[in-house]
Design a protein around this ligand. Structure first.
Ligand SMILES: [Zn+2]
Ligand SMILES: [Zn+2]
Length: 317
């Protein structure tokens, strides 16, 4: 009996039931996050060829810590980005900060000439590799405010990368980075970004025999940029790589039911990653939505002068 996976909307509604104070901000982002979720399935249909062309099954590359998308050109990705932009730009353009730039963004993302297509592919590569300089350079070329391009591109390109990851992860019995536990890094085996969430798995139950196949509690990391999940050592820091007893500490909210939510923070480099222990939850939340729904802990971390392992738009204080 597999635990039910929640949609973005279900995840956020559950968080709102527990923390009504977050309702206004979570409800304002729900349409955008839900639209991204819907896009992943649509885009996966359009990216099969591109996914098949990626360097898969190269265990020596993975063994050396080279992410699957490292050096990818993203040729042929611009139609998928346009599909994503058509759905997301109208939602993004409702935000006050984006309103003055909405025409420039539409000009860039929705046109289909060759120059734009090339720039869009450069932008996908820049977002996938977290190359801020490349995003700023491109912003100058297309005359859009660099911060706005960075913000909008994060939203528009994320479903494209999530679709690609879902194709790669489901191409075999297990994801290429799970085979033989070849991936040992704290950054993403698919795109190379640092993780936005950690999670401890539920006990595994063998469907056919109803035997408990594993006790659960294994640690995984989740990439908000491309959606990949990978196993990681419990006592190690994904940001600085320090490992051992006393390196990682847990921070939980006191006085309320925590629902398995906490921050894992590193005593050496003072960075933190939100995490959820699924053994303490009935359903499996959408991790990208839950990361937003755990912003109350981001605020606790900021007060303690801790830095997110991977900054998101809501925790860049
Ligand atoms: Zn990733
Ligand atoms: Zn660290």
């Amino acid at each position: 009996m597999a635990a039910t996976r929640q949609t973005v909307a279900q995840t956020l509604e559950e968080v709102i039931a527990w923390r009504p104070v977050l309702a206004p901000v979570l409800r304002s982002f729900e349409p955008l996050f839900s639209a991204q979720e819907e896009l992943v399935g649509v885009l996966a249909e359009n990216l099969k060829e591109q996914a098949a062309a990626l360097p898969q099954g190269q265990t020596d590359r993975m063994d050396q810590g080279v992410s699957l998308l490292a050096g990818a050109t993203f040729a042929g990705f611009s139609p998928a980005v346009r599909t994503s932009a058509e759905k997301l730009l109208p939602l993004l353009s409702r935000m006050d900060a984006v309103v003055p730039h909405k025409d420039a963004l539409a000009d860039f993302f929705l046109k289909s000439d060759d120059t734009v297509a090339q720039h869009v592919e450069e932008l996908v590569a820049a977002v996938a590799s977290g190359n801020k300089k490349a995003i700023e350079g491109l912003a100058e070329k297309i005359e859009v405010d660099p911060l706005v391009l960075h913000f909008a591109a994060g939203f528009v390109i994320s479903p494209v990368l999530h679709a690609l990851t879902s194709l790669v992860a489901s191409s075999g019995d297990e994801a290429p980075w799970e085979a033989g536990d070849v991936w040992r890094q704290g950054y993403c085996p698919m795109c190379g970004a640092l993780p936005t969430m950690g999670w401890m798995d539920k006990p595994a139950i063998d469907d056919k025999n109803a035997f408990l196949a594993g006790g659960g509690g294994k640690k995984h990391l989740h990439c908000g940029t491309c959606g990949a999940d990978w196993k990681f050592r419990r006592g190690a820091c994904p940001a600085c790589g320090e490992e051992g007893s006393g390196v990682m500490e847990l921070l939980r909210e006191s006085g309320t039911a925590a629902h398995g939510e906490r921050l894992d923070w590193c005593t050496k480099c003072k960075s933190y990653c939100p995490a959820v222990d699924l053994r303490e939850r009935e359903f499996i939340p959408n991790l990208d939505a839950l990361a937003l729904g755990m912003m109350h802990l981001d605020m606790v971390a900021a007060r303690r002068k801790l830095k997110p392992v991977k900054p998101s738009f809501w925790n860049m204080f």
